[in-house]
Design a protein around this ligand. Structure first.
Ligand code: NAG
Ligand code: NAG
Ligand code: NAG
Ligand code: NAG
Length: 435
């Protein structure tokens, strides 16, 4: 009876409903993907939807001719992606994802070279299924054998967690590099092996290990799992005996009324979003229910690494609570298409050669409420602003001086942890070449 799924919809459904009542059913669940099935990466975005149609698994064209194998919310126009297999190695057009007749599951390019293969032990895969929870599963077992889940996307999340999904110890959500770049980014939410939940920066671009923790709730090192509760929408850390240790998101929103997801975004903020399932008071769009930390620009001050933004740039929180990386005046982005790439002077910097210091060729641009903490190499107080300007101007090491209430700090390049915020106070004096 492996033909059942090809029968017309109502008949096959009835048939399967009956057959599923049999003990040791030989038939996979309705909507499952049977050996010999495949999808091809092409402009019609072919996919395998879940039974309800809420989610789909398949290809998404994320740039011309380059495809992401992904899972997304299928019923909403945004088709928001919640998981992806090959963010760092996009698949060319004509690539296929296939459950082979002999029960292997793989993504390969048009020449047949594997791009991504899920790792699991056991097999062969008897069927695959896109579940209504948003979990994509590979299942073994047929005949009189009971079925076993060999692999599931819920166990290997990318940047998003969905209701009913659990993050175990050593599990992590890694931000993507940028909104439309699905490579690993610079931030992650990690339930550490020691039982602490942390938001941390990673050591990209060289290594993606943890650099600095910028948020952690009190869990007394006994965190066991991070739970996204399906019925309440709460996100919390529990201990091994099931006690709630820390509520990470405590705004109620039942999954019966809302699509929801929580994601570590490319600006380092962990946001929980909801989208109404039917029209009502709320608009039919994603809205943020909770976010951590509330001001990312002020939350990261790391002794090594560049901070929220790249070196020599600064972080500005927009009215939408999103971090935006900017260059100080006189500086420009290393990569104009990548605002996190850092900034470089757009002028020939001051030379430390005695003959070439030419202090008369340099001046300062003032930026109120701006600072680059932790980069000072000299500090004076109490002094006047004029004195502070003079001492930085005549010092060829000094790229920026910070003046605040009679205090003067000299900053050397590269500048890190940059931020602009009314709570910073004072001003930054950026040394630039006169036009
Ligand atoms: C495929 O997806 C792209 C990007 O998400 C979209 O622009 C395009 O309209 C889709 N094509 C079809 C046939 O749905
Ligand atoms: C049932 O399981 C056993 C042991 O796991 C395996 O050797 C056998 O091939 C399986 N039978 C079928 C029909 O899949
Ligand atoms: C995404 O960003 C990474 C890191 O900068 C870069 O190496 C990669 O080429 C980018 N990917 C795409 C598809 O632009
Ligand atoms: C989700 O919350 C409900 C209501 O508080 C509770 O009964 C249930 O056990 C929770 N589920 C999980 C997986 O913790």
């Amino acid at each position: 009876m492996p033909m059942a799924p090809q029968l017309p919809y109502p008949i096959s459904f009835l048939l399967l409903s009956l057959l599923l009542l049999l003990p040791f059913s030989v038939f996979p669940a309705y909507g499952s993907i049977t050996p010999g099935s495949s999808l091809t990466a092409n402009p019609d975005n072919s996919s395998w939807p879940s039974f309800s149609g809420d989610f789909a698994f398949g290809f998404r064209e994320v740039r011309a001719g380059a495809y992401l194998l992904a899972i997304w919310f299928h019923k909403i126009p945004e088709k928001t992606i919640v998981w992806s297999a090959n963010g760092a190695a996009l698949a060319p057009q004509g690539s296929t994802v296939e459950l082979t007749e002999d029960g292997r599951f793989l993504l390969s390019d048009p020449k047949g070279q594997p791009i991504w293969v899920p790792t699991f032990s056991g097999g062969p895969v008897a069927y695959a299924a896109m579940l209504d929870s948003g979990n994509f599963v590979l299942v073994s077992g047929s005949g009189s054998n009971s079925t076993t889940t060999l692999w599931q996307s819920f166990d290997e999340p990318t940047d998003t967690i969905l209701p009913s999904q659990i993050l175990n110890r050593d599990g992590r959500l890694v931000a993507r590099y940028a909104e439309t770049n699905y490579s690993n980014g610079r931030f992650e939410l990690l339930l550490q092996k020691d039982g602490n939940l942390v938001l941390a920066t990673t050591n990209l671009p060289v290594l993606d290990s943890v650099n600095a923790v910028y948020w952690s709730p009190e869990t007394r090192c006994s965190g066991y799992q991070l739970i996204f509760n399906e019925s309440t929408g709460y996100i919390y850390v529990i201990s091994k005996d099931g006690k709630i240790l820390s509520l990470v998101s405590s705004v109620a929103a039942p999954s019966s009324q809302f699509y929801q997801r929580a994601i570590v975004e490319s600006d380092g903020v962990f946001r929980r979003y909801v989208y109404p399932k039917s029209a009502g008071e709320k608009p039919l769009a994603w809205s943020v229910l909770s976010l951590i930390p509330s001001d990312i620009c002020l939350s990261i001050t790391q002794s090594t690494g560049s901070g929220v933004c790249g070196f020599n740039s600064y972080c500005a929180l927009g009215s939408d609570q999103r971090a935006r990386c900017e260059c100080p005046s006189g500086y420009a982005f290393f990569d104009p298409n990548d605002r996190t790439s850092g900034c470089k002077p757009d002028f020939v910097p001051q030379n430390c050669d005695e003959e070439l210091r030419k202090t008369e060729l340099f001046e300062f641009v003032d930026m109120a409420n701006t600072d680059w903490p932790l980069n000072d190499y000299e500090y004076y107080q109490p002094v006047t602003e004029e004195w502070c300007r003079g001492v930085c101007l005549s010092d060829c090491f000094c790229a920026v001086a910070i003046f605040r209430e009679g205090n003067c700090w000299k900053k050397r390049s590269p500048l890190s942890n940059g931020r602009i915020d009314p709570s910073v106070g004072g001003k930054a004096l950026i040394k630039v070449r006169k036009h």
